[in-house]
Design a protein around this ligand. Structure first.
Ligand code: ADP
Ligand code: ADP
Length: 235
């Protein structure tokens, strides 16, 4: 097993208020870890710290190791961190641009403009996100015209376009209907073959169905961390 990420001695503060502690966790490649627990227990706070999305919002103390390197240090390039550790949000948030430009946005910002390269990335990532067949004939249409489920998949493709290792998802299905949710879960199971996936969900059934490991958060602490089948088969 390969540990992609690990947290040690984390303390996360909003102002002076301690929102998270006691969350020493490890995340393995080719696994899905579900972060579950009541509303306000710190799941999002934890997740958003993993790729420095909390910079400027919260104070994060402790170590966040990515490939053995502590990325919770000022000298670390946060854009590089966010390229390696991609994030997908609760509400699909496509930009008001074409589907094509949504997927290639980050690459274009990094100076990649070769059309063949971009075309290939668009096709590959939309296929990985299992939405290629639905959108391949309308790549120039605004991503805002898509259904919620399709928009969320385009957002996944957008995250995959920069070839991350880790995919963080914050309740990615909470705005989706049951069919789109099922499709999204199937997609994540496929993606697991190449990525380390960490998903916040308030849906216990989803955690049980989808994840290999489960972390249970309560009142700003990770109070249980185990294989999902052990967490969910207790009498
Ligand atoms: P969960 O994702 O489990 O619902 P959160 O991580 O959103 O929990 O919240 C954990 C705690 O941190 C809560 O007490 C919440 O009110 C607080 N919190 C979350 N975001 C902020 C913020 N931006 N500013 C101040 N407090 C926050
Ligand atoms: P700035 O340099 O102005 O701080 P960012 O580069 O952080 O802006 O991001 C601008 C917008 O692009 C944000 O909405 C962000 O979510 C999005 N974004 C940044 N990087 C990526 C990426 N790799 N993949 C997808 N969207 C991205």
């Amino acid at each position: 097993t390969e540990i992609t990420m690990e947290t040690k001695n984390l303390e996360i503060y909003y102002g002076k208020s301690l929102a998270m502690q006691n969350a020493d966790l490890k995340f393995e490649k080719n696994t899905i870890t579900a972060l579950i627990g009541p509303s306000g227990s710190g799941k999002s706070t934890f997740l958003r710290s993993l790729n420095r999305m909390n910079d400027g919002i919260a104070t994060v103390k402790g170590e966040i190791l990515y490939q053995g390197v502590n990325i919770n240090q000022p000298k670390i390039d946060v854009y590089e961190v966010r390229r390696r550790i991609g994030m997908v949000f609760q509400r699909p948030n496509p930009f008001a641009k074409s589907i094509y430009d949504n997927v290639t946005f980050a690459l274009q910002r990094r100076g990649v403009h070769d059309k063949k390269t971009l075309d290939r990335v668009v096709e590959t990532t939309l296929k990985q996100a299992a939405v290629w067949d639905q959108v391949k004939d309308s790549l120039n249409k605004s991503a805002l015209s898509l259904s919620g489920g399709q928009a969320q998949r385009v957002c996944i493709a957008r995250a995959l376009a920069v070839q991350p290792d880790v995919l963080l998802l914050d309740e990615p299905a909470s705005a989706l209907d049951p069919v789109s949710t099922q499709q999204l879960e199937a997609t994540l199971r496929e993606l697991k073959k190449d990525y380390t996936i960490i998903i916040v969900t308030h849906n216990m059934q989803q955690a049980a169905r989808l994840s290999d490991y489960t972390v249970f958060f309560n009142m700003g602490e990770a109070i249980e961390y185990n294989k999902t089948r052990k967490v969910f088969t207790r009498p």
